[in-house]
Design a protein around this ligand. Structure first.
Ligand code: MN
Length: 341
């Protein structure tokens, strides 16, 4: 795994299996979270990566903390295959894609306070479940995962000034893997007309390591073609996706393999859309792509798609998400299901 993390005594750098304590470098490296480093901007980020790689600090086995204080959390819905699969399952009698889907990256604002670091167990959520008769309040029977990539905002934007796709790298520091745990039964009953709420907000897990974007420049690939062509304010970032091989491991067995290059809406387009109303972004914002599913069977990023709505997570199950772009491995995201309380 490669990237910056946060330990109890300051920042950490991990590469080639070694974790180095950066706190001896002082300044932003001696802080409890990555946020001060995130706020430095692109020149500072490059210097930080160079300094971390050159630092001959002590090896660390510090307890890994949430790497940055999450300011706001946004979750998109950018995979054409995932949106199509879910549309079929949730609205079987209608077109799986709603008319707006190809015009803008659909998203919602999530709960920043329940984002946790990899290794944190997830307690099975409770909520309203709707069967044949009246709804009941009970433990979810359809607990699922969502395999996503998340990008981490470093540099804030100005009120009223959208961030166009071509300015993405001026604001975004790096990426993490995200497991957007989802209770499908709670979600199915609550999501109309305002979108996901308690079916998602009980917990979201991210990797302990934030991989700087500058290390992923070699993984850039052309994104899939977009039809109809996006409106002008969403053009300009569609020329790059990230070629990151992804996998979902359940109880030690790989059950799905995909790739983030299949995402229809790119991360620069997601940020452009999120700021297109002039609303500001701030240091520590986390924006996730939405579940990444490929076209082939076995590349689905959620169990509801993989197992066709027939089987979900059991208590005691452990899920690990992994991502790799050549020599750069993203931090994994690990979590085990605990029974409802
Ligand atoms: Mn999601």
């Amino acid at each position: 795994m490669t990237g910056f993390g946060a330990g109890t005594g300051g920042l950490l750098w991990r590469e080639s299996g070694d974790t180095v304590d950066l706190s001896g470098l002082g300044d932003v490296f001696a802080q409890p979270t990555l946020n001060p480093l995130l706020a430095l901007g692109p020149a500072g980020w490059r210097q930080a990566v160079d300094a971390a790689r050159a630092h001959d600090g002590p090896r660390s086995d510090a307890q890994l903390r949430l790497p940055f204080e999450v300011a706001d959390y946004v979750d998109f819905y950018s995979s054409l295959e995932h949106a199509t699969n879910l549309g079929r399952l949730f609205r079987p009698t209608q077109d799986p894609l709603l008319p707006n889907w190809r015009w803008l990256p659909i998203g919602y604002h999530g709960r920043a306070g329940t984002v946790v670091v990899s290794g944190t167990d997830v307690v099975r959520p409770k909520g309203q479940l709707k069967g044949e008769g009246d709804p009941v309040y009970a433990a979810s029977r359809r607990l699922d995962i969502e395999l996503e990539l998340g990008f981490v905002v470093g540099v804030p934007s100005e009120p009223g000034e959208p961030v166009p796709p071509e300015r993405f790298a001026e604001h975004v520091f790096g990426v993490v893997l995200v497991n957007d745990w989802s209770a499908r039964d709670i979600q199915a009953w609550e999501y109309q007309p305002l979108g996901p709420f308690l079916g998602k907000s009980f917990q979201t897990s991210i990797s302990a390591w934030v991989t700087p974007l500058v290390l992923l420049e070699g993984a850039r690939v052309a994104a899939p073609p977009q039809e109809p062509p996006p409106l002008p304010h969403l053009q300009g970032g569609s020329d790059w996706g990230l070629d990151i091989a992804l996998e979902v491991e359940l109880n030690g067995e790989v059950v799905s393999r995909g790739n983030s290059r299949s995402l229809y809406w790119t991360m620069p387009q997601q940020l452009a859309h999120a700021t297109s109303n002039g609303g500001t972004i701030r240091t520590g914002d986390l924006m996730a792509t939405g579940t990444i599913s490929g076209a082939e069977p076995g590349s689905e990023g959620s169990l509801i798609e993989l197992w066709r709505n027939a089987r979900f997570l059991e208590d005691g199950d452990e899920v690990v998400l992994r991502g790799r772009a050549g020599a750069i491995e993203l931090g994994d995201v690990r979590g085990r299901v605990l029974p409802a309380r």
